[in-house]
Write a protein that binds this ligand. Structure first.
Ligand SMILES: [Zn+2]
Length: 270
């Protein structure tokens, strides 16, 4: 198990957990210039030189799937996102399953029962699937917080298996808490809507952007170079690009760190 050092901001320890690493497979895998419309050959040349660990030998994208634990003094133990899930998860059609989140938690000295709050940044299968296994919540003592807008969106898209396989079991277990907009979580930690990748996407903001667990606001190192580069799997690419530019600017203003699940390094100073 690869242990990555934690970061501490305002007394809050943020521990990265490696759930999986690998390329997309199946029909959603496209050449990188198609996955990131608007990117240029010059940008790719630079990113390949600066971030070789984000690429396969054949030049295509290797995604990292990080989750993060927040250890808040006198507060809840918070898990941000739950990874790709098991072999039968909704992510199995395209992502490297099974995820190793529970094993990674254990390496960090935690068991699933220690998690008090699960934050789901959004309801894509590589972020939400690990919350449920065999039809039951994996984190038995946790409230699961997600934006109501996101739940409405997934309900309107019955073709996504996340609604039936992930959201329904959480709701039936009585541990799903819909949020309406910005919401304080504990101390200097708040949940902030960051729409575009999905309609109800949210990020975890610590000490006014000194550290942000961004979710899929930033997908690839190319977004650090040029936040206006679009992503083919953003629900609203225009809104996503605006959200990305604004969030990166705020983190830079604060001299802060960005934690983004799919970047090779779990923390970057943008
Ligand atoms: Zn993702």
């Amino acid at each position: 198990m690869h242990i990555i050092p934690a970061e501490s901001i305002a007394g809050i320890r943020v521990v990265p957990l490696c759930d999986a690493i690998g390329p997309m497979h199946g029909s959603i895998r496209r050449p990188l210039p198609e996955t990131f419309p608007g990117s240029t050959p010059q940008q790719w040349e630079r990113i390949r030189a600066e971030h070789p660990e984000a690429f396969e030998p054949d030049g295509e994208w290797v995604l990292h799937f990080h989750c993060f634990v927040l250890d808040i003094p006198h507060g809840p133990t918070v898990l941000v996102d739950t990874g790709v899930g098991d072999r039968h998860s909704p992510a199995a059609s395209w992502a490297p399953v099974p995820g190793r989140l529970v094993e990674a938690l254990s390496s960090a000295g935690l068991s699933p029962a220690d998690i008090d709050v699960v934050v789901l940044t959004h309801l894509h299968s590589d972020h939400a699937s690990g919350a449920v296994a065999d039809g039951a919540p994996v984190f038995p003592n946790a409230r699961h917080v997600v934006q109501r807008r996101e739940l409405e969106w997934i309900a309107a898209n019955p073709e996504s298996p996340v609604g039936g396989q992930t959201v329904r079991p959480l709701r039936e277990a009585g541990c799903l808490d819909p949020l309406d907009g910005p919401s304080p979580l504990a101390g200097k930690v708040e949940l902030v809507p960051t729409p575009g990748h999905t309609p109800g996407h949210q990020s975890v903001v610590i000490d006014d952007h000194r550290l942000v667990v961004a979710g899929d606001v930033v997908l690839h190192p190319i977004h650090l170079l040029d936040p206006s580069v679009r992503y083919a799997h953003d629900e609203d690419p225009e809104a996503a690009a605006a959200t990305r530019a604004a969030l990166l600017e705020r983190v830079r203003d604060r001299g802060g760190l960005l934690a983004a699940p799919h970047l090779p390094a779990p923390f970057v100073r943008p």
